[in-house]
Design a protein around this ligand. Structure first.
Ligand SMILES: *[C@@H]1O[C@H](CO)[C@@H](O)[C@H](O)[C@H]1NC(C)=O
Ligand SMILES: *[C@@H]1O[C@H](CO)[C@@H](O)[C@H](O)[C@H]1NC(C)=O
Ligand SMILES: *[C@@H]1O[C@H](CO)[C@@H](O)[C@H](O)[C@H]1NC(C)=O
Length: 460
């Protein structure tokens, strides 16, 4: 055979090879087994997706297929907030993922969200967890715009690895500062869809989200006061002399006024560092509170909820064998951290209201659920409830489910109200800022109902 024919043959062979690779890129990211993991029937994947042309910036993801019949279940992206905290460490391993680290092993989470959906956890923005840039200047001046753009690029490219999920019903979920990330990403998706209908967006869910910073932050005073964490007189100055949004504004601008400084030290002294502001009724992880202050007191254990799960996650994810199994690398950092210390985020973006973006999403027909762990003093339920109600009025949405309790098991899971069958608010009773962490069963009931578009259980 002449050389040219050999060349053609070789070329065709390579072409076929590349087509094969393109179709099954996800096999490189398949997790064989996580160290200490119990046997499971569903598949797990993790790895990197580069989000810029020069391939300098790579986002790390962890993907857990649904336990039963993944082909019929939606795709759900989960984002933690911070800004700068990890969806892998917090979301997947402490909240709603299939496993929780406990010493050397992983234990099954009975209420994992992959019972209902294919769950995709993304460490974002660049600089969080295992996500990295080879050019450290990428960590400077990161903001909401960059984050949303990278998140969109991530998902776009992730679909190349997982083509079977391309047109799957897609939900974006997240909590806390993800009250910024989620609506901003959803908005970009709708814009992208005008050119090419790629994202089959079916709804968004926001847990204890920052949506409008003054309303959210200034509901803290009343929450602390009504839960007995601050005195009548402190409540008074915290709502008149200097409120919390003013303090935060001053703080991020590097100029806290003497008056705000005085009010905040009063608040801090009365609330005590031995109370978890993210759940005022839950015990704190004593070892972790004390390691920050180096005081010794007896270790305290609580039987139901492992309040030290975050510490367990930090040790687990820093194991070499775990990193190998996850196909992850530490680039430019020595340790995996829950919240990044190299990321320099534009913190004043906190003041951008995202409730107006939520409004646009609803106008575009995207269902929205805002839920609140009702023991959280950081983004209290009262602020979120006010914002959702205000939005419903602005949009002229009538109440379709009046304020009522909902059930999980044979107990009240919380309260809910729905507007125009498209905008929902719900509380999760006894839940923290990270609701699925402290109320896993109730959170799963809420999640399932939202995915199905059905009302929360009215009875049991
Ligand atoms: C995507 O899914 C929708 C239903 O959710 C269907 O109507 C549409 O034809 C699908 N598009 C493609 C390109 O498969
Ligand atoms: C909080 O303080 C700012 C600045 O002093 C003020 O403009 C705002 O009205 C206050 N908000 C509340 C709810 O008290
Ligand atoms: C909401 O309720 C009012 C009063 O009952 C009614 O006039 C209006 O048409 C309703 N709006 C929608 C969107 O259903």
């Amino acid at each position: 055979m002449p050389c040219s024919q050999w060349k053609t043959l070789a070329f065709l062979f390579l072409l076929i090879f590349f087509i094969e690779v393109e179709c099954s890129l996800s096999i490189f990211d398949k997790i064989t087994q996580l160290p200490g993991q119990p046997q499971v029937s569903f598949q797990q994947f993790s790895g990197y997706v580069t989000v810029d042309e020069k391939k300098q910036r790579a986002l790390f993801y962890y993907f857990v297929e649904a336990e039963i019949d993944p082909a019929s279940k939606p795709l759900v992206l989960w984002l933690n907030g911070g800004p700068g905290c990890s969806s892998l460490g917090v979301g997947a391993f402490s909240e709603n993922g299939p496993f929780k680290p406990s010493g050397e092993v992983l234990i099954r989470n009975e209420y994992s969200w992959n019972r209902e959906a294919n769950m995709l956890y993304l460490e974002t923005p660049i600089g969080v967890g295992f996500s990295y840039s080879t050019d450290s200047s990428s960590y400077a001046a990161v903001n909401d715009k960059i984050t949303a753009r990278d998140n969109l690029a991530f998902l776009h490219k992730w679909f190349i690895k997982f083509p079977q999920y391309r047109n799957r019903s897609l939900f974006i979920t997240g909590e806390s500062y993800a009250g910024h990330y989620v609506p901003q990403l959803a908005e970009l998706m709708l814009q992208f869809n005008k050119k090419e209908k790629l994202f089959n967006l079916k709804g968004i869910t926001l847990g204890n989200p920052v949506l409008e910073f003054t309303t959210d932050f200034n509901s803290r005073a009343e929450f602390l006061w009504s839960h007995g964490l601050i005195s009548d007189s402190t409540y008074k100055v915290f709502t008149s002399t200097c409120n919390y949004s003013r303090y935060v504004s001053e703080y991020y601008r590097g100029s806290v006024s003497p008056i705000c400084s005085r009010v905040m030290s009063l608040v801090t002294r009365e609330t005590s560092r031995f109370v978890d502001k993210y759940d005022v009724t839950l015990d704190v992880c004593i070892t972790s509170v004390l390691s920050q202050s180096k005081v010794l007191t007896p270790h305290q254990v609580r039987d139901k909820i492992d309040v030290c799960v975050e510490d367990e996650t930090v040790s687990y994810l820093n194991r070499r064998d775990v990193q190998k199994a996850l196909h992850s690398r530490l680039v430019g950092v020595n340790r995996w951290l829950v919240c990044s210390d190299i990321l320099d985020y534009e913190l004043l973006d906190l003041e951008i209201p995202t409730i107006s973006i939520v409004r646009k999403l609803i106008e575009a027909g995207i269902p929205v659920l805002v839920y609140s762990g009702d023991q959280d003093s950081v983004i209290p339920l009262t602020g979120s409830r006010t914002l959702v109600h205000g939005l419903a009025e602005e949009l002229g949405l009538n109440t379709t489910v009046p304020y009522r309790v909902w059930f999980a098991g044979m107990q009240v899971g919380g309260w809910t109200r729905v507007y125009g069958n498209i905008l929902s608010f719900a509380t999760i009773r006894g839940a923290s800022h990270e609701a699925p962490f402290s109320q896993p069963e109730r959170s799963l009931v809420l999640f399932k109902a939202f995915l199905e578009g059905s009302p929360l259980p009215e009875a049991f």
